[in-house]
Ligand binder design. Structure first.
Ligand code: ATP
Length: 366
């Protein structure tokens, strides 16, 4: 069992979604393995991780399309075991949209009201018009879904899920079929709609950039479990594990032995180059207290590993460059280890990169 504080149960209102030590097994496959998290009322909470890590199964457990083999799911303080999807006060958008091709846009949205009355005493017709406007499809009610662009179809699916005014919105990779530019535009619109309605949202994506851009909080999943839960900034700047450090954006991971330390700084002898000792900032709090002589793991983001920085200098050679528009990603070879930096170096050049001690983040013991 996760403790109450971890699940936010100490607040005045219970969190809208609570998963407590939830597992889902299929034969010998543990699709979800002891997952606990809480989503506060009105939050946009994202599950992100590589293919097969259990994101979709977790979402389906919340929606009632799957039952846990262990643990509990609560919605608005009510335990949900045995409660079917239509009685959970949730709306869901699937990856494929699953629109009905023989129905117009208006009929597709109205379908969302087949099992529940519209909120606030509205008629069905009023509710559908309101939703068409909310998702920016005014005047398109009579169209067939086939005659809409992918982005418009996605908005119809969203409107249908929102039609009964659910307390919880579940979105399973709703934009994965769209091109990159449209995805970026729609994620801004989606976040806008979510905030306007204040609907608690659980979002699934394998796209780490999308997860950081859209979420209030993010859970990074791996092999059925959760590696870390935090705000996008926490996940990016303070990864709790090597997996998170490597999965979320580019990163340079270093290992080394603590040669000395004081209250502010750790001096670390780097593995791969015993002659190099770098200074890294010592955070006020560490989950595990480190000792001199211990092997540890830390990371420095490419944007913090700066060409020509005299502090913590590492001599390397330029192996390749990749022009990305806003920046050029430069791959360096440092004693046989690849380092990533941003710059405009030339392949074959020798260069020196360094970093400010406060820009290194300690992940933990090796
Ligand atoms: P993706 O991003 O590829 O959709 P995911 O992170 O959403 O992946 P899940 O779809 O939740 O992952 O699957 C997690 C694991 O459980 C996978 O190994 C998958 O093969 C397995 N799994 C999921 N559903 C079933 C099922 N109905 N029967 C058997 N195994 C399943």
């Amino acid at each position: 069992m996760a403790d109450s504080e971890q699940l936010g149960r100490t607040e005045d209102h219970p969190p809208t979604i609570v998963l407590d030590d939830v597992s889902r097994e299929y034969g010998t496959t543990k699709a979800v393995d002891g997952v606990s998290f809480a989503v506060r009322d009105g939050d946009f909470f994202t599950l992100v991780g590589p293919s097969g890590c259990g994101k979709t199964t977790t979402l389906r457990l919340v929606g009632g399309f799957e039952q846990p083999t262990a643990g509990t799911v609560e919605l608005a303080g009510q335990e949900m075991s045995g409660v079917p999807p239509e009685d959970r006060d949730t709306g869901i958008v699937f990856q494929s949209y699953a629109l009905f091709p023989h129905m117009t846009v208006r009929e597709n949205i109205a379908y969302g009201l087949n099992f529940t009355d519209p909120p606030d005493g509205q008629t069905k017709a009023e509710r559908v018009e309101e939703l068409l406007s909310l998702v920016d499809l005014d005047g398109m009610g009579e169209r067939d879904p086939d005659n809409l662009s992918g982005g418009q179809q996605q908005r119809v699916a969203l409107a249908r899920a929102l039609a009964p005014g659910p307390s919880v919105l579940l979105l399973d990779e709703p934009m994965s079929a769209l091109d990159a530019e449209l995805r970026e535009r729609l994620r801004v619109e989606l976040k806008d709609i979510q905030q306007t309605l204040g609907v608690t949202t659980l979002y699934v994506t394998h796209d780490q950039e999308e997860a950081l851009a859209i979420s209030d909080r993010v859970a990074v999943m791996r092999d059925g479990g959760i590696e870390q839960i935090g705000t996008p900034r926490e996940i990016y700047h303070q990864p709790a594990t090597r997996f998170v450090a490597e999965f979320i954006g580019d990163n340079n991971i270093f290992t080394g032995e603590i040669a000395a330390m004081n209250s502010e700084t750790l001096s670390v002898r780097l593995a791969g180059d015993a002659a190099t000792v770098v200074d890294i900032g010592r955070p006020a709090q560490l989950s595990t207290e480190l000792q001199t002589g211990e092997e540890m793991l830390f990371c420095v983001r490419p944007e913090s590993l700066v060409v020509g920085h005299e502090k913590n200098a590492l001599n390397a050679s330029v192996e390749s460059t990749e022009f990305l528009g806003e920046t050029t990603r430069v791959q360096l070879d440092w004693n046989g280890k690849t380092l990533l930096v941003h710059g405009d170096e030339t392949v074959g050049e020798r260069t020196s990169v360094g970093f400010d001690p406060k820009n290194a983040h300690i992940i933990g013991r090796l």
